[in-house]
Design a protein around this ligand. Structure first.
Ligand code: MG
Length: 249
């Protein structure tokens, strides 16, 4: 199922996208009332308490930025206020001269958890999967010791407008295009640390709450975004995330 959040008649609702329609979804049940996609406004599909990101989780991407592959996951946070969804503008802040895309598979936590043991199947704590663009001010990331500023400008976290609840992420393809030209390609099987491992690992560093988002890292091929570009991230089995790029005023 493709679960979304949307506004209709000034109300925020949860829905299921099915065949150009959105059906209301309440208490884990798809209801019969529906709306046409063009009648409603889709919102980012989650309101996370935090967005946990994994850096350098594809060896070729670590190498292209001159970094070694870490021996344990490299974690950082992105501000939830950076969230936008499909079709909304990525705004280039005046503080940076080099903003880059990072197309990533993201997962949404379905049940609160902490300190998950090795014996636990962490995938049981996943609500579903979505597409995330970990937009980064590369010059500020290099200049600052912490990643916080470089990763958290408003609009620096586009996510697809829905969460796919049924997906095997063992070996699926990710592609990022700018103005239709392929920049990044990779397969999730190339991740240094897989989804199951990452959830257990992160749950031992901080409690994970239902709705929290984990971005699992980006393949090689990151490149600069400029005013007027359109950046599109596609993940096999989920769909596409497309965002125009504009200068912030
Ligand atoms: Mg990233």
């Amino acid at each position: 199922m493709k679960i979304c959040r949307f506004t209709v008649n000034n109300q925020i609702k949860t829905g299921v996208i099915d065949n150009e329609k959105v059906f209301s979804y309440e208490n884990n049940q798809k209801l019969s009332d529906s709306y046409n996609l063009h009648e409603i406004k889709l919102l980012p599909p989650v309101e996370p308490s935090k967005i946990v990101c994994v850096g350098r989780n594809y060896a070729e991407h670590a190498a292209e930025l001159g970094n070694a592959v870490p021996t344990e996951p490299l974690l950082f946070l992105k501000a939830p206020s950076a969230l936008i969804t499909d079709g909304e503008d990525i705004l280039l802040p005046e503080q940076s001269n080099r903003v880059e895309h990072e197309g990533e598979l993201a997962l949404v936590i379905g049940r609160d958890c902490k300190n998950l043991a090795d014996s636990v199947n962490a995938l049981e704590y996943v609500f579903g999967y979505t597409i995330l663009n970990d937009v980064t001010a590369r010059d500020l990331q290099r200049a600052d010791v912490q990643f916080t500023r470089a990763k958290s400008f408003d609009t620096f976290c586009p996510v697809a407008s829905f969460i796919e609840t049924d997906l095997d992420t063992t070996d699926i393809k990710l592609t990022t295009k700018v103005n239709g030209e392929i920049k990044q390609t990779g397969r999730t099987s190339q991740m240094v640390f897989n989804v199951d491992f990452l959830i257990r690992y992160i749950s031992r560093q901080m409690s994970l709450k239902a709705g929290d988002v984990i971005a699992t890292g980006t393949p090689s091929g990151v490149s600069q975004l400029k005013n007027g570009d359109v950046c599109e991230v596609e993940i096999e089995g989920i769909g596409k995330l497309s965002n125009p790029v504009k200068r912030a005023n």
